[in-house]
Design a protein around this ligand. Structure first.
Ligand code: ZN
Length: 288
């Protein structure tokens, strides 16, 4: 009996350190999906990878699809083995299994960051469009859903017919906080984003959960004249989705202002942490 009690006590002792020690959290397992895009994906993919790796918080896998026009039938990603998926892909259709796996991952509570032109992809994949809530280009029009932008403090759904997806000249602009969220906590209410595209006239099912940031698309620079939702979460079952419309890749990794912007980097990192079910910890400094 005594021996049993002692061994039980030792067992307890063995368990205690893992519960008590304030050891650092395990890295977030992230996968970046790239390989095709109408944007400079060789630059955006390695830049996304570097931002995540440099934070020291992520275990990053970078996946490239087959090239445009090549056989996609064998392409797949084991989504469920990752805490967060960074979607940086805009290209040929995925095979049915990969589509099904992605939907299952999202429905089971997966974390997904949709980055910039990922919302141009897959116009004809209905579930994908529900995951991004708003998309653009690739022939999108009123059949894909309303334009969605702010009128005053509220999101407005505008059913005017017309093409989906536009932006004016690249420029610096102010990101305006629209709601409080664990991701926004590190930022001032307004922060300046480096030179970038400002997506407008986006349309889709519009199942936005919470807009974190909007920006004004100045008509003098070719914009819509509306305050456009640029960073938002999406209402898609149990999925943790952050749609980040900013971050157009530059011509080289050395000339890449939108992705080098401290605001973009911080937003990406905190969003990836949040989507993975972690508490966002990365701090923001415009001096970064
Ligand atoms: Zn772009």
């Amino acid at each position: 009996m005594k021996k049993y009690i002692i061994s039980s006590f030792l067992c307890l002792l063995a368990l205690l350190p893992s519960a008590w020690a304030s050891k650092p959290e395990a890295p977030v397992k992230a996968v970046i999906i790239s390989g095709q895009n109408n944007h400079n994906w060789p630059v955006s993919s390695v830049t996304l990878e570097k931002i995540l790796k440099d934070s020291g918080l992520f275990d990053v896998t970078l996946v490239y699809s087959p090239g445009q026009g090549q056989d996609m039938s064998g392409f797949n990603v084991d989504f469920k083995s990752y805490d967060v998926v960074i979607m940086a892909y805009n290209g040929d259709s995925w095979n049915q299994k990969m589509q099904d796996d992605f939907v299952e991952y999202a429905r089971n509570g997966g974390g997904i960051v949709f980055y910039h032109a990922a919302d141009n992809a897959f116009r004809n994949w209905e579930e994908y469009n529900r995951m991004i809530a708003l998309g653009g280009w690739e022939g999108r029009n009123e059949n894909d859903g309303p334009y969605v932008y702010f009128k005053g403090r509220k999101l407005y759904r505008d059913m005017t017919p017309g093409p989906g997806g536009s932006h004016g000249a690249q420029h610096e602009y102010t990101m305006n906080r629209r709601s409080r969220h664990p991701v926004t906590k590190a930022f001032p209410k307004h922060w300046i984003h480096a030179q970038d595209e400002l997506y407008d006239h986006m349309r889709g099912p519009g199942n936005i959960k919470k807009v974190l940031y909007s920006a004004y698309a100045d008509p003098q620079l070719g914009g819509s004249g509306h305050e456009e939702p640029l960073v938002f979460t999406v209402d898609y079952g149990k999925a943790r989705i952050m749609h980040i419309m900013i971050g157009h890749a530059g011509p080289t990794t050395a000339i890449n202002p939108a992705m080098d912007c401290p605001g973009f980097k911080t937003l990406l990192l905190r969003s990836a942490q949040w989507c993975a079910g972690r508490r966002p910890t990365v701090s923001y400094s415009s001096e970064n």
